[in-house]
Design a protein around this ligand. Structure first.
Ligand SMILES: NC(=O)C1=CN([C@@H]2O[C@H](COP(=O)(O)OP(=O)(O)OC[C@H]3O[C@@H](n4cnc5c(N)ncnc54)[C@H](O)[C@@H]3O)[C@@H](O)[C@H]2O)C=CC1
Ligand SMILES: O=C(O)[C@@H]1CCC=N1
Length: 284
């Protein structure tokens, strides 16, 4: 494709809002080439003001989703997993054969979505995460059968200016949910816990929250730099903080003896298992 893509975003919410912010910041396309929808009129108004794009509500205009997809090169399905099939079925009559449908939904399998679309409609499953909004996201991209190289590249180009794009198989998407899609929440939980306890240890709440945020950001930047350059792994960076018989050694020992690694693994297993479970739950 030579010009910037025309994009329909059905269900402009937390995840697709993050994608949209990231792709507009990266100048992948322009606001006038985007048509988006939400369920309620209030959320349509709020999202239009936030992103500077046209947003229609499916409650106010029952044809909003159909209208949004007619001219689109790419349709992002951003509704909840339980609503994906109904939305795919709803838009099917208005899709052009070359329009690429992209799902960001956890769990719902390509074959389930494809069954609701016209036969042969190009379909790509993805698993993004919300840090795309600040240009530091991750997205796993798994094209379904029949997607051309050009269509795959078009979908990847929506994300490549705002994060790490990892081509994966559909089977690997459950691991991507565990390691990336859900993972910002683990980091936010850690920041919450650090800030809460810093208050118990005597800091002001505002200072504690700012300190937790700055530490997560700083550690993240160091880790990314280390991994990208191949110079330092997470383990090496951690060990560089741990002076022998110092404070960090004591803290990390508490985390390790308390089963930190096992807990993270169990949390990731739970996320991946729920992803697979949703695949069954929403299968036709
Ligand atoms: N929130 C996250 O961090 C991530 C979410 N996802 C996936 O993204 C999808 C959306 O999740 P969130 O953004 O968290 O939910 P959300 O609730 O923020 O967004 C869903 C949007 O869909 C709209 N919607 C519902 N029914 C509609 C209809 N019939 N027509 C038009 N719009 C409709 C709602 O108004 C809302 O704006 C899910 O499938 C989820 O699995 C994937 C990766 C990460
Ligand atoms: O919690 C969820 O189901 C979605 C998918 C990954 C992040 N949020």
């Amino acid at each position: 494709m030579t010009s910037q893509p025309r994009l329909a975003i059905l269900g402009l919410g937390s995840m697709t809002g993050a994608i949209l912010t990231g792709l507009l910041a990266a100048s992948v396309t322009t606001p006038d080439r985007i048509s988006a929808t939400t369920r309620s009129a209030a959320s349509a108004q709020e999202r239009a003001a936030k992103h500077g794009v046209t947003v229609h509500s499916s409650e106010e205009d029952p044809d909003a989703n159909l209208t949004a997809v007619r001219e689109a090169d790419v349709v992002l399905l951003g509704v909840k997993p339980k609503d994906i099939v109904a939305t795919a079925r709803e838009i099917a009559p208005a899709l052009r054969p070359e329009t690429v449908v992209v799902s960001v939904a956890a769990g719902v399998r390509a074959e389930t979505i494809a069954a609701a679309l016209p036969a042969g409609q190009p379909l790509v499953r993805t698993m993004p995460n919300t840090p795309l909004t600040v240009g530091s996201g991750v997205v796993g991209v798994a094209p379904a059968a029949g997607v051309t190289e050009e269509q795959r590249a078009l979908v990847e180009s929506l994300f490549s200016g705002s994060g790490l794009v990892v081509p994966v198989t559909e089977e690997q998407l459950s691991a991507v949910v565990a390691a990336a899609g859900s993972a910002p929440a683990y980091v936010f939980l850690l920041a919450e816990a650090i800030a809460k306890h810093a208050v118990q240890l005597g800091l002001d709440r505002a200072d504690a929250e700012a300190m937790a945020a700055a530490t997560v950001k700083g550690a993240g930047l160091m880790l990314q730099r280390g991994v990208q350059s191949g110079d330092q792994t997470a383990e090496q960076l951690r060990k560089a903080v741990m002076s022998p018989n110092g404070t960090t050694e004591r803290a990390v020992a508490v985390l390790q003896e308390g089963g930190f690694e096992r807990l993270v693994a169990e949390a990731m297993d739970a996320a991946a298992a729920r992803d697979r479970e949703m695949g069954e739950e929403f299968a036709g």
